[in-house]
Structures are given as structure tokens and as C-alpha cells.
Design a protein around this ligand. Structure first.
Ligand SMILES: Cc1cc2nc3c(=O)[nH]c(=O)nc-3n(C[C@H](O)[C@H](O)[C@H](O)COP(=O)(O)OP(=O)(O)OC[C@H]3O[C@@H](n4cnc5c(N)ncnc54)[C@H](O)[C@@H]3O)c2cc1C
Length: 386
């Protein structure tokens, strides 16, 4: 992998193996075909079971629940390799691992863990995570209209969720709703429950190799056994987002590597005025900026992984890494597209696909600006968010 500062030497042998195996697998089974899926606006569903076999789904969870018990850096490296191919593949795995398996693992009952986690880890079952609503995602508390009404041992859910990754692929949805006291609660909702509908969002120009859906819940009846018993308040879904953002901080660097490598190779072979464009200072400056951002980003991601394993990671540190690494990847993709000239606008090259994908990554899981305000609040003690 692209590694200017020698981060590879800081990885354990197991972590290196995970990275190598993921790259080998994805180069053979995903990279050659991803462009066509992206162009058709389809997620490559045949890869789901293969992801399970490769251990990409819930890899940090203990083996008793179907995970591999690997480190946070190994999880990050899987995200890196997936997003080096396409942000849509990484989004699928992030949702399954961090937004579906993690909440069941952290907030579920023992029975829920044993019922769902092994099937989610193998890819036999797909999940989605419904927090965002049509009125806005940046203020999930203020904008949450979905309600859960208790009737004896049953909860009745009503509401609409928007922009939900994997919505039309999922057999279960983790749905966040306010109860009659206004407390946010989490539910495992089987998607074949009467009153539940998933409507696919069409005409996306970003994350095309990913399924995005609107979820409509009308009098959806869920038994008390499917409520996540330890989830109470907004901090539960927010803690899931911290897990996913950690993976995104790694994943974005995979996309950055892809566009940097492509732009460098193109610049070395493209000749204008008798010399390769790579010999021009303006082009070199762009390539160096990409490399510098990747190098700093990888060091930050590695450090956060170690803090995570030590139980010391703060969510604001994850905000910093998500904000910086995604912005760096998006800027790099735009620069790579520019270096490729006219060729850069076609799907023959990867740059524009990554560039368009990264527009979503910049916005979801907390927009760039929302993370700015989270960090601003942390360092000044003054809240500019609300
Ligand atoms: C392809 C895709 C997949 C997604 N997958 C999921 C998923 O699986 N599950 C899920 O729950 N959600 C998902 N999301 C939703 C995503 O998390 C939201 O889009 C995101 O949180 C932003 O919410 P919004 O789009 O409603 O924008 P808004 O919250 O309406 O924000 C609009 C703009 O206003 C800015 N803004 C908002 N508040 C402030 C403020 N206080 N100060 C300054 N600026 C502000 C924002 O930065 C942004 O630029 C997905 C989104 C996309 C596009």
C-alpha cells in the first residue's frame, strides 16, 4: 500500500496479513468489475457472501458471535482496501459492521447477539441503520419524528427514514425512534414486517454502486424482544456513528491512494511540449499535496486505532480524522481528475468515480462542517452548533 512514512512497520504481522489478503481478493474479484456496477447503478450483491467468507463483516467482534476478533487497525485496513476499489463497497461493510452488528453487540440482549450476529458476519443476512429523516440528518434529535408507541409487549413504530444505505437489501433494519416520553430507543425491525416499506433512491450521481433507500414505517409492530435493551437516548446511535466514522477515516485514504497512483502514472506518461507533465512544477505540487495528505492521514488513522484498542479514543478525535481524511481524499480526487485532463471525465479511469463518491462521504456520517463545529466546541468550550 501507499505508505510514505513506514506505517506498515507499526502494524502487527496479523494486521499486515489482513491488508494483503483484502487487497488480493478485491483486486481479483471487485476492481475489474466495479466500474460497470457503478455505471448501472447497482451494488454487486454477489460479493456479500464473499465478504463474509473473507471476514470483512464485523471483524473486530469475538469469534463466538461470528467475528474474527482482529484489532481496530485491521478493521481500518479492510475499510481502506474496500474504499480503494469504491466507496460503495466500504459503505456496505461499514453499515453492516459498525451500524448494525455493533449496536446489537453493544446494546443487544444475549439472545439478540446469538440470533443475529453470526448471520450478519457470514453475509447470510444484511442489515441497515435508520437514523436520518427527511427533515434533516445533522440534528437527529431535533428532526426525529419517528415514534414508538408501547402496547403491552409490542412496540408500534411510525415514521420515515431517509438516505438509508442497504435499505432495499436488508432483512433487518436498526430503527431509532422516540418513545412516548421522548427517549430515543433502538429496534431490530425485520423488513418483512407488515407496514414496513423500503423505496430505493434513484438517479444518484454519487455512490452509485450502493443501495440507498427511504424507509417508510406505518403501524409496524415489533415485539419487546426486538428492542435493544441497553440503548437509551441519542448517545446510543451516536456511538455507532463513531465506530463507522473511524472506518471512514481509514477508507477515505484507500480512495486517495487509488486516485494518486492513477494520476502519478498518467503524469509520467503524458507528454506535452516535449516532456512528461510529471516534470512540471504545477503537476508535481498537486501530486505532493496528495501524498502529504495521505501520509499524515495514515499516521492519524493508525494512532486512533491504537487508542481505540486501549479504550482511550474520544469521539472528537474521530471527528478530526473523518473530517481531515475525507476532505483530503475529495481534494485529491478532484486534482487527479484535473491531471488526467479530458480522460479524467470518463469511467475508463477511476478518478471521477471516486470524486463523485467522495461527495457523499463528505456529507454522510456528519457533514464536514458539522465535524468542524464539534471540534470547535471541543477546543473552545463554546457551542456554535446549536
Ligand atoms: C448516499 C447516502 C447514504 C447515507 N446512508 C445513511 C444511513 O445508512 N443511515 C442514516 O441514518 N443516514 C444515512 N445518510 C444520511 C446522512 O448521514 C445525512 O445526509 C447527513 O447527516 C446530513 O444530513 P442532511 O443530508 O439532512 O443535511 P442537513 O442536516 O439538512 O444539512 C444541510 C447543510 O447544512 C449544514 N448544516 C446543518 N446544520 C448546521 C449548523 N448547525 N451550522 C452550520 N451548518 C449546518 C450541513 O453541513 C449541510 O451542509 C446517508 C446519506 C447519503 C447521501
Amino acid at each position: 500500500m501507499l505508505d510514505y512514512a513506514g506505517v506498515y512497520e507499526l502494524l502487527s504481522p496479523e494486521e499486515r496479513e489482513v491488508q494483503k489478503a483484502a487487497r488480493r481478493f478485491l483486486e481479483a474479484e471487485a476492481l475489474p468489475y466495479i466500474r460497470d456496477f457503478w455505471e448501472r447503478g447497482e451494488f454487486p450483491v454477489h460479493l456479500i457472501r464473499r465478504f463474509g467468507e473473507m471476514g470483512f463483516l464485523g471483524p473486530t467482534l469475538p469469534p463466538e458471535y461470528g467475528g474474527a476478533g482482529v484489532s481496530s487497525a485491521a478493521y481500518g485496513l479492510i475499510a481502506y482496501e474496500l474504499e480503494r476499489v469504491d466507496s460503495g463497497l466500504r459503505s456496505f461493510a461499514s453499515v453492516q459492521s459498525s451500524l448494525v452488528m455493533y449496536p446489537i453487540y453493544a446494546y443487544g440482549s444475549e439472545e439478540q447477539k446469538r440470533t443475529f450476529l453470526p448471520r450478519l458476519a457470514s453475509g447470510e443476512m444484511v442489515g441497515c441503520f435508520g437514523l436520518t429523516e427527511p427533515d434533516g440528518g445533522s440534528d437527529p434529535d431535533g428532526n426525529m419524528k419517528t415514534r414508538a408507541r408501547r402496547e403491552g409487549d409490542t412496540w408500534v413504530l411510525n415514521g420515515t427514514k431517509m438516505w438509508i444505505t442497504n435499505g432495499n437489501l436488508a432483512q433487518i433494519a436498526i430503527v431509532w425512534a422516540k418513545d412516548e416520553e421522548g427517549v430515543v430507543r433502538g429496534f431490530i425491525v425485520p423488513t418483512d414486517t407488515p407496514g414496513f416499506r423500503a423505496l430505493e433512491v434513484k438517479h444518484k450521481m454519487s455512490l452509485r454502486a450502493s443501495v440507498t433507500s427511504e424507509l417508510v414505517l406505518e403501524e409496524v409492530r415489533v415485539p419487546e424482544e426486538l428492542r435493544l435493551p441497553k440503548a437509551e437516548g441519542l448517545k446510543a446511535p451516536l456511538s455507532c456513528l463513531t465506530q463507522a466514522r473511524f472506518g471512514i477515516a481509514w477508507g477515505a485514504l484507500g480512495a486517495l491512494e487509488a486516485v494518486y497512483t492513477e494520476a502519478l502514472a498518467f503524469a509520467q506518461s503524458r507528454v506535452t511540449f516535449g516532456r512528461p507533465i510529471a516534470a512540471r512544477q504545477l503537476v508535481q505540487e498537486k501530486l505532493v499535496r496528495m501524498l502529504a495528505d495521505h501520509t499524515k492521514g495514515l499516521l492519524l488513522a493508525w494512532r486512533l486505532a491504537r487508542l481505540k484498542d486501549e479504550g482511550k479514543l474520544r469521539h472528537t478525535q474521530v471527528s478530526l480524522a473523518k473530517r481531515e481524511n475525507v476532505a483530503a481524499a475529495l481534494n485529491a480526487a478532484r486534482m487527479a481528475r484535473d491531471i488526467l485532463g479530458g480522460n479524467g471525465i470518463t469511467l475508463e479511469y477511476h478518478a471521477i468515480r471516486h470524486m463523485l463518491n467522495l461527495e457523499t462521504v463528505y456529507t454522510y456520517e456528519g457533514t464536514h462542517d458539522i465535524h468542524t463545529l464539534i471540534l470547535g466546541r471541543d477546543i473552545t468550550g463554546l457551542n456554535a452548533l446549536e
